[in-house]
Design a protein around this ligand. Structure first.
Ligand code: SAJ
Length: 471
């Protein structure tokens, strides 16, 4: 522990002004919650004035939310803190010199899962701008999901290089990973327990001070920076593994002619005595900005740690295998569609498929890394005509998305459900058959939203993930 840092922070007193870099799904709710706390005087939101996201600056300063989709309470809170003069957004990063704490919520995608190469370009730029402008005693927190070892390694190095100061002595540095889900951003930040990990005890303590003031029911869980990085990447990796396990079981149930949902109910029934059976749901794939890459951050963390891993010779990581199983599910949806079309005497090349659901998660407009993209590509590559429906997603590069379900299913040979939007639970077999205008239309259910018997009774060729009892 550096007594020098402790003295500087004691001298500086409590955190008053905060800067949040990255006005996205993580940065915006975090910034306005800080601004809404009486404990803090003012919050700067920092956003690059780039052609793709510069528009957010004026929108936020008008008190409007640039985030798509329904985010309960967010628009009102942005307006409240802007009108109160407690929050402003800017592209002038020199203002970082005015704040006591700065958090970075910047995307950290992967360039290649194969080479385990992340794309830290935006993060590094954010760290350089931070390092160039921080003053003595500032707390720097990385909220982005990062490869374990990044906070105490790359981030520390860049911040020290740019600031000419020493982390742990002149400024504090920590990792406090975000744990938000679209559709409940504010609630997640207030209510989820917060993992906080500093590169030293002073930094951890300073970060605890920052986050404890925005939590309502969540607790702070302090640990080291690397443990915090592993906690975040591992919790998403474990979720991905759980989903892969039920997806693999679903594929087995199809072969064995049984219903995976009966099996799931059965497994889930074993309760009590500390028995937790977290059986998740099989489906048409795993998308989003988190589960699709955090496994690779974890794997890379092991690789860059330089330690010698004791693991079965030549055996692939079960976490990476899980990724591959989940990445296979859109391919499985395609295979089920081709099988069903052939039962209806059709091939993809002379068929039209209505693809229902472009978002990666139900009842949201978020289509980052959506599994629907691979499914559509496989159909198009086999000469099939594909039309896409989604009730929430407005636009997507290179894909025309309709909000009119009846237009999309009209004269279709097959309808495939890729996302579990509430709307699809209400699909009516006879009405859909009429719109498709086929004697034996095909329906492929990738999210178990319809009742197979209702559709089979209407003459549909039915296929469902995990429904070996009906396929
Ligand atoms: N999915 C399934 N079966 C399931 C659950 C999900 O196929 O039983 C699919 C979904 O359809 C979706 C994908 O997986 O395509 C991801 O879904 P998700 O519910 O995990 O949503 P994310 O990725 O937005 O949220 C995850 C959450 N992580 C954990 O619960 C460990 C969330 O708490 C994190 O904040 C978020 O990642 C993140 O930002 O890291």
């Amino acid at each position: 522990m550096s007594s020098k840092l402790k003295n500087i922070l004691d001298e500086k007193g409590p955190i008053r002004k905060i800067g949040v870099i990255g006005m996205g799904y993580v940065g915006i709710p975090a910034a306005v919650l800080f601004a809404d706390s009486d404990a803090f005087e003012f919050v700067w939101g920092f956003q690059r004035d780039s052609p793709t996201s510069g528009y957010k600056i004026d929108m936020l300063n008008r008190g409007e939310s640039p985030l798509k989709g329904d985010e309960p309470g967010l628009e009102e809170l942005i307006k409240k803190v802007v009108d109160a003069g407690k929050f402003r957004c800017t592209s002038d990063f020199t203002r970082i010199s005015e704040v006591d704490a700065v958090t970075l919520a910047i995307q950290t995608p992967f360039l290649s899962a194969k080479s385990l190469e992340p794309d830290f370009g935006a993060l590094i730029e954010g760290l350089r701008l931070t390092g160039r402008n921080i003053t003595e005693g500032t707390l720097v927190v990385l909220e982005s999901t990062i490869t374990p070892g990044t906070t105490g390694g790359l981030a520390r190095q860049i911040l020290e290089e740019e600031s000419g100061m020493k982390a742990s002595e002149d400024f504090a540095l920590a990792h406090a990973p975000e744990r938000v889900m679209v559709g409940r951003l504010l609630r997640n930040i207030r209510e989820h327990d917060r993992i906080v990990g500093g590169i030293d005890r002073e930094s951890t303590q300073r970060a605890v001070e920052l986050y404890s003031l925005v939590l309502t029911s969540g607790r702070i869980i302090p640990m080291t920076a690397t443990a915090a990085e592993v906690t975040k990447t591992a919790e998403n990796t474990f979720r991905d593994l759980q989903i892969a396990a039920i997806n693999q079981l679903a594929l087995y149930c199809e072969v064995m002619g049984i219903n995976v949902y009966d099996v799931r109910t059965g497994i889930d029934s074993l309760k009590g005595e500390g028995i937790t059976r977290a059986v998740l749901y099989p489906g048409a794939g795993v998308g989003g900005h988190c589960l699709t890459k955090d496994t690779y951050h974890l794997e890379r963390g092991v690789k860059i740690s330089g330690g010698k891993l004791d693991y079965p010779q030549g055996m692939e990581s079960i976490f990476v295998l899980a990724r591959k199983v989940n990445d296979f599910m859109p391919v499985h949806m395609y295979n089920l569609t081709v099988e069903a079309l052939s039962r209806a005497g059709k091939t993809p090349a002379d068929s039209k498929v209505a693809l229902l659901g472009w978002a990666f998660i139900r009842n949201s407009d978020d289509a980052r890394n959506t599994p629907s993209e691979l499914y559509r590509k496989l159909l198009l590559d086999s000469g099939c005509a594909v039309e896409v429906h989604d009730p929430y997603v407005k636009e997507y590069p290179g894909v025309s998305i309709s909000h009119e379900l009846s237009d999309v299913v009209k004269n279709a040979d097959a309808a495939a459900i890729l996302t579990g939007h509430d709307e699809y639970f209400k699909l009516d077999a006879s009405a859909l058959k009429e719109l498709m205008g086929k004697e034996h239309p095909v329906i492929v259910d990738g999210r178990n939203v319809i009742k197979p018997d209702d559709f089979i009774a209407e003459g549909f060729v039915y296929k469902g993930i995990g429904r070996g009892d009906k396929n």
